[in-house]
Design a protein around this ligand. Sequence first.
Ligand code: ZN
Length: 323
Amino acid sequence: METELSLEHKPYLLMNGLKEIAHEFTGDENIFLGIKPYGFHAGNRIPFVAYPILLCEELEKNGKQARFNFFVFINDWEQTRFDPEKTNWKEFPFNVIPQFTTFQFSKDEAHDVDYWEKVICSAVHEVKERFPNVSIKCVRNSSMRDLPIMKEVVLKTIKNPDLLGDIMNNLGFPLHKNFPYTYCNPICPKCTSARTVAAIIKDEDISLTCSDCGHQGVYGYHDLYYWLYHKILALPRIKYFDIDLCISGLDHYKEKDFDSRYALYDAYGIKMKPTHILYTPALHGANGLQMGKSRNNCANIETEQLLQLIKKNPNTYEICIEE
Ligand SMILES: [Zn+2]
């Protein structure tokens, strides 16, 4: 890490990080887990099931009782895919623009939010089967639309995409100024496209032009739904649910998720209590490749087997499934 970190602002990594947190926490904290409603493979099971179980185990070894509140955020406001013609992942990973719509409005069967919410939440429920005093609550982004903190973040992001753009630029991810980049668009009320061009008028009215169907109109904040980029989407959730700990995959850490998170709190002027972030290892399949939906490399493994794998490799960044 290039950035200097103060003691209370440091990332917690792998099982060493987990042990430190278990030592520090009382067992009553609020814990953040977030995912797109699209698939759930063994790689997801590490941050969503295995690490929560290991955290509860470790806490109880220290003589405390696990009564954590786990919030499982179902990101139905994320894009189903980015526009490949307007994105250049390798050079400009933060010049993003959605191609179609969000999970909330996708009609593709593979993106069925109800279905995936059930799959994901019932998987996390295994933590409660082992530690009955914890609570598990699933929350869709769309259900948070009318909260004042969500409204504040959406309006600020539409008004000024450079709040995030400048942070990523300063962290060494250049932005291509000739490529479009926005981090929040209202969804077109006529065709549900997320490819809209919007501006804030009169404090909170939103004028919108759809790049797909050409529809134009002016709407109140509460009359629309939104596409919101995941880095920014984290803020209202952490603030509203008074989150103490986020559990997240290491790929986010490589994207400087840790540094950008704290810079975003400042840029958005949101007062946050110190939030811990615990990063979990990546899982590689028996073929040696990292698991992922976008990589088309998915497998399912029982939790017990995953727990054994993690205990055998407690501080390894990449855990491999054994044949
Ligand atoms: Zn439209």
